[in-house]
Every structure is written in structure tokens, then in C-alpha cells.
Design a protein around this ligand. Structure first.
Ligand code: NDP
Length: 396
């Protein structure tokens, strides 16, 4: 790999994408930006493409092609649009790809990036949850290096000694517990989207913020950890750590627990991935130890945080249920953000779908995609049904 790294950023206009751009701009001479992508945000994409000196700007929704082309006229930046263009963009030669699209929509370009055999920094956890086996097998086949961006998995990656894997007793994922950690389920019935997306420690996109509030994010992370590190579910624990300073830990058989610590700022794990195996500076927050800091840890109660129990049950059942869980959740979160269901309904919908949706035979990636589409239809129909039958929160 040369000193200057060719980088593509998928989902460049999102929270992780913007933080990635910030790291790149802070280390300007180390990167040559190839591709930046977005879904519909033309202005932010065009601005980033120019600022980063990207060669290609790709917009997911085809109807925005003309607008993007107009804004970038005369810049020399090549413009394209649509789902196929996103996949094609993943074939542009690169040293490192940042996969920061949200949801299963990121799967096709992510898989294509992995097939190219370069370093792939994955923030986009949903495809890992639904197609973890396929993605890791594709990485083994192509020689791609998978680098976890999620702060918890990035922390584990930093202290996980592959050579000593047999001596690892467990991965301990830390969870802030989200904004409603201290509140009982009954008190959450009327939580609004605005309240749910206001995370106490992290500034993130809407979907992951809601997932953090329901603890679904931690549930998805348990599954993500299983696929990334090839560790069974019974060796992955979650502890509540409200301060989000220790980003996760690995416990070894001699009783040593190694952890990574830092301010809750995504630029740290992003820089770790972009520079790997070297480190690079960021303009992010630094944790000052010159003042008094308290840190608490306590076990996550699986009865209270039901999403976590669902994740363990899904892992016991296999990748197919993990994919069902993910698809149901994406639809339920969207319905909550559109105020079509209440906050507590997100987990109710997930539980119902896990219990009642048909079982799928998953062999190929196409099977994963078909399963995902079917579960989305099933979940949407169920949500329409509960809306019609409910007299309270669902009425819009
Ligand atoms: P955001 O919602 O902030 O950004 C999502 C990005 O994906 C935007 O660039 C958006 O484009 C693009 N996008 C959305 N839908 C599509 C689509 N259908 N096709 C193509 N592109 C699409 O999300 P985050 O940055 O918060 O999260 C991204 C991923 O990273 C998620 O999987 C999340 O779980 C994970 N993650 C996020 C963290 C965070 O701190 N935010 C931390 C750890 C993991 P547009 O702007 O045009 O809508």
C-alpha cells in the first residue's frame, strides 16, 4: 500500500460519513479520495465531493441525478446515480473503503467492496447482522481486511489477540444504556422521535439513535461481534457503562481484561481504521485525565433490556433469524420515526415478527436479500394491522 491511500466513502453525507471526511481533511496529504456517495442529499454530497477532491460522486436515488450533475458542472467530478451505480462505484480501485450507508441498503456496495480485496472499514452494521457469514466468507476469499468502525467492535479489535484466541474467555461490550436507561417500560409509551434520537453521549444518525434508545443497537452489536470475531454468543456479554469511556473489553483466561478507552467521538475509531495498522491524528475530542472521572459498570438485565435477549435467541437460532430481526427492526424504526407506531411498539413488532414470520432457507446472498424483502413486507402489513386496530397512539 502506498503512503497516500485511495479512499472511497459510502454514505459520505451521514454522521459517520461526515466524521470520516473530517479525519481525511485533517490528514489531507495521506488520502486521495475516489468516491463519495449519498442517497438523496444532493447539496451535502456535492459540497463534500468538492471539498475532498473526489473523482466520483454517486447519488442513490436516480431522480437526483440531474440536480447533482448541475451542481457539479465544470468541477470534473464524474456523476452517476442509482443502485447499480453504487455497486459500480465499489469497483473503483481503492486502498480503503468506508462503508457508512445505513441499513440493508448498504449490502450490495459493501459486498462488492469486500470482493475487491481491499481494506473495508464497516460502520454499516445491518448487513453484517443479516449476512455476516456471507460477508466474512467473501473477505476470506478475496483477502479483504475487515476493519470494525463501530466504537465497541473497534475497541475489541484493538485488544483482541488473534494469536491467543484460545485464551480469550469473553468479549465484553459496553452499553451506555441509552437516554432512557433509568426509566421503566411503562414510562416510555409516549416517547417521541425527537426524545428518542437525543442520545446523552453520542451524536449519530436517526436510525442508530433510536436503536440505542431501545437497546436494539446493542442487540445488533452482539450479533455483529459474533460474525466479526468468530466468537460464540455465550462468550459475548454486555455491561452497562453510562459514561461511554471504555468502549469495550476482552477478557483473557488469566483474568486480564484489556480495554480501549477514549472520549466518545467516532473520529477515533474511524482514524484507527483509515490508518490501520498505523495511527493518525484527529481533530476529535480527547479524554482529559487531569480532572476527576468516575466510571460505573453493571450487568445488563436481559429481562429489562429485552432486545438483548432477542439477539441471543437469534444467534442460537442462526443467521436466518438474525436477518429477520434486522429487517423487522428497520421497518419498525422507520414507522416510529414517521410517528405511525409508538416507542414501545418497536420491540413489540420485533418480537411478533420473530415469533410469527416464516422460516427461510438461507444459502446464497440472494436468499438473504429475498428473506429481507419478505420480512419487510410482513412487518409493514403487521404494523398497518395494529394501527387499524388501535385506538390510541397509532392514530395520526
Ligand atoms: P446517517 O443516517 O447519518 O447517514 C446514512 C448515510 O447513508 C447517508 O449518507 C445517507 O444519504 C446514506 N443512505 C441512506 N439510505 C441510503 C440508501 N437507501 N442508499 C444509499 N445510501 C443511503 O447514518 P449514520 O452515519 O448514523 O450510520 C451509518 C451506519 O453506521 C449505520 O449502519 C449505523 O448503525 C452505523 N454506525 C453509526 C455510528 C454513528 O455514530 N452514527 C456509530 C457506529 C455505527 P443521505 O444523506 O442522502 O440520506
Amino acid at each position: 500500500m502506498s503512503d497516500v491511500r485511495r479512499i472511497s466513502i459510502f454514505g459520505a453525507t451521514g454522521s459517520v460519513g461526515q466524521a470520516t471526511a473530517d479525519v481525511v481533511l485533517h490528514n489531507r496529504k495521506s488520502f486521495d479520495v475516489q468516491v463519495v456517495t449519498a442517497n438523496s442529499n444532493v447539496d451535502a454530497l456535492a459540497e463534500l465531493a468538492v471539498k475532498l477532491g473526489a473523482k466520483y460522486a454517486v447519488i442513490g436515488q436516480e431522480e437526483h441525478y440531474k440536480a447533482l450533475q448541475n451542481v457539479l458542472l465544470g468541477t470534473g467530478i464524474h456523476v452517476s446515480a442509482g443502485a447499480a451505480a453504487l455497486i459500480e462505484a465499489a469497483t473503483v480501485p481503492c486502498d480503503v473503503v468506508m462503508a457508512a450507508i445505513v441499513g440493508m441498503a448498504g449490502l450490495p456496495p459493501l459486498m462488492k467492496s469486500v470482493e475487491q480485496g481491499c481494506c473495508v472499514a464497516i460502520a454499516n452494521k445491518e448487513p453484517l447482522v443479516a449476512a455476516g457469514t456471507h460477508l466474512m466468507e467473501a473477505a476470506n476469499a478475496s483477502g479483504a481486511k475487515i476493519l470494525p468502525v463501530d466504537s465497541e467492535h473497534n475497541a475489541v479489535f484493538q485488544v483482541f489477540d488473534d494469536q491467543q484466541k484460545k485464551t480469550i474467555e469473553r468479549i465484553i461490550l459496553t452499553a451506555s444504556g441509552g437516554p432512557f436507561r433509568e426509566r421503566l417500560e411503562d414510562e416510555l409509551e409516549d416517547i417521541t422521535p425527537a426524545q428518542a434520537v437525543a442520545h446523552p453521549n453520542w451524536s449519530m444518525g436517526a436510525k442508530i439513535s433510536v436503536d440505542s434508545a431501545t437497546l436494539m443497537n446493542k442487540a445488533l452489536e452482539v450479533i455483529e461481534a459474533h460474525y466479526l470475531f468468530d466468537v460464540p454468543a455465550n462468550q459475548i456479554d454486555v455491561v452497562i457503562h453510562p459514561q461511554s469511556l471504555i468502549h469495550s473489553m476482552v477478557e483473557y483466561c488469566d483474568g486480564s481484561i484489556l480495554s480501549q478507552m477514549g472520549a466518545p467521538d467516532m473520529r477515533t475509531p474511524i482514524a484507527y481504521c483509515l490508518g490501520w495498522p498505523s495511527r493518525m491524528p484527529t481533530s476529535g475530542q480527547k479524554l482529559s485525565l487531569n480532572e476527576r472521572i468516575s466510571m460505573e459498570f453493571y450487568p445488563a438485565d436481559l429481562q429489562r433490556f429485552r432486545a438483548l435477549q432477542m439477539a441471543y435467541d437469534c444467534l442460537d437460532a442462526g443467521q436466518e433469524r438474525c436477518g429477520v430481526f434486522n429487517a423487522a427492526n428497520e421497518i419498525a424504526v422507520q414507522a416510529f420515526l414517521e410517528e405511525r407506531i409508538g416507542f414501545n411498539d418497536i420491540l413489540r413488532v420485533n418480537a411478533y415478527v420473530l415469533e410469527n414470520c416464516e422460516k427461510f432457507s438461507i444459502k446464497t446472498l440472494a436468499d438473504v436479500v429475498n428473506m429481507d424483502n419478505t420480512v419487510r413486507t410482513f412487518t409493514s402489513a403487521y404494523i398497518d394491522n395494529i394501527r387499524q386496530n388501535s385506538k390510541k397512539v397509532y392514530a395520526s
